[in-house]
Design a protein around this ligand. Structure first.
Ligand SMILES: [Zn+2]
Length: 140
């Protein structure tokens, strides 16, 4: 058998084996990274029992990759992806506030927590919330 045929057969076999299984998702990658960090720490601090969470993480990663309970695994992963997007959008807002720090000020509506942007340097102004209509005054 030629090497190319062998390789193609291996790939097809793997695909057949993984069919209907969860595969590697973001949560599994995160678990593996966390496990490796723990392993690294265990070596650094010379603490042998820290290898246990590493093994647990690797086993969990394998379990999730080979799992056939797709709905459950997707739900778990979805929680992570949602959380990550919240963290990302928080950083995006902070970046924007920083970039506009000379021209605008940002306030939160005291009633509905909507973030509001007003031009800077207009003294004390009355801000009307664009979402709920609440009026409040702040120094701009
Ligand atoms: Zn509001």
């Amino acid at each position: 058998m030629k090497w190319e045929d062998f390789k193609a057969r291996m790939i097809m076999g793997m695909q057949r084996f993984m069919y209907g299984r969860n595969g590697v998702d973001q949560l599994t990658i995160l678990i593996l990274i966390a496990s490796l960090l723990v392993l690294f720490l265990s070596g650094l601090l010379n603490v042998a029992w820290l290898k246990l969470p590493y093994y647990a993480g690797v086993i969990l990663a394998f379990y999730r990759t080979l799992s056939r309970s797709l709905v459950k695994r997707r739900k778990e992963n979805y929680v992570l992806v949602q959380g990550m997007s919240k963290v990302n959008s928080w950083f995006r807002v902070q970046k924007r506030i920083f970039q506009e720090r000379k021209t605008h000020r940002h306030f939160k509506c005291p009633a509905c927590k909507q973030r509001l942007r007003v031009p800077k340097g207009r003294g004390k102004i009355t801000i009307t919330c664009s979402k709920c209509g609440e009026k409040f005054s702040r120094k701009s």
